[in-house]
Design a binder for this molecule. Structure first.
Ligand SMILES: *Cc1c(COP(=O)(O)O)cnc(C)c1O
Length: 237
């Protein structure tokens, strides 16, 4: 259940966030429609995700399958079908589950994961392909996920050849301690590599609550915002 107060709060946050993204677009000389806002609902209850969907926020993001799968099921039971974006590190044994509800996976970072997702979509209960973004580890420290820059082109070719995956572009998180502008400029170069494989793979998923303005200035087409829309998260165990 969502209280009226929480609904009002989410509506206000959403309005403010949309205005901030639009302002970032204007500052970069871009049209507001060129950036898709993904509200990252991780750690927040399904009721919040449902409310956001009802408020017209079509794109929702999650980073853990254990949390996302039941949340997506809960919304579906209410007749709500947002576009789910999976943005977290993903193990191959979760591919079947994620392929059932996710329309996008932003964190494809190795060929074996792409192959597992392709096979999972093939046996899924729906008929749609899965939109895939290559997550890039901009500093080459792959512990937090992501392919190295050297791996990007071959991975793009692997995904482009997968029957049930649609290669859409690239994603990154700005490395700790890096200037966001430097990180996102580098991601833009990765985007060029991927577009050499498929000119239609133009999406750039970049920017979180703390650095989305820089990301938009550097060409992001999708921003993934959690705290700006939902509020601060509890410290995670
Ligand atoms: C949590 C998360 C976000 C959103 O972060 P905020 O700082 O809450 O905006 C974006 N991308 C990924 C991959 C995340 O895990």
């Amino acid at each position: 259940m969502t209280t009226d107060a929480r609904r009002t709060e989410l509506q206000d946050n959403l309005n403010r966030t949309r205005e901030a993204v639009a302002a970032a677009c204007a500052a970069a000389g871009r049209t507001p429609g060129s950036v898709r806002l993904i509200a990252v609902t991780k750690t927040f209850p399904a009721a919040d995700a449902a409310t956001l969907t009802e408020l017209g926020q079509a794109d929702l993001g999650e980073n853990r399958d254990q949390e996302a799968a039941p949340k997506a099921a809960e919304l579906a039971a209410l007749g709500l079908e947002p576009v789910w974006h999976f943005v977290g590190q993903l193990q191959r044994n979760k591919a079947r589950s994620v392929a059932e509800y996710a329309h996008w996976v932003h964190s494809v970072d190795r060929a074996r994961l792409a192959t597992a997702l392709d096979a999972a979509v093939a046996v899924s209960s729906h008929g749609r392909n899965l939109n895939a973004l290559i997550q890039v580890s901009l500093d080459g420290d792959t512990a937090r996920g992501g392919a190295t820059l050297a791996e990007v082109e071959a991975l793009a070719e692997h995904i482009a050849a997968a029957r049930f995956l649609d290669l859409k572009g690239v994603m990154a998180v700005a490395p700790l301690g890096w200037e966001p502008a430097k990180a996102f400029a580098l991601l833009n170069e990765c985007s060029e590599l991927v577009r050499r494989v498929d000119p239609a793979a133009v999406e750039i998923s970049a920017g979180m609550s703390g650095d989305f303005r820089e990301a938009v200035a550097c060409g992001a087409t999708m921003v993934r915002l959690g705290r700006n829309v939902l509020g601060e998260r509890e410290a995670m165990a």
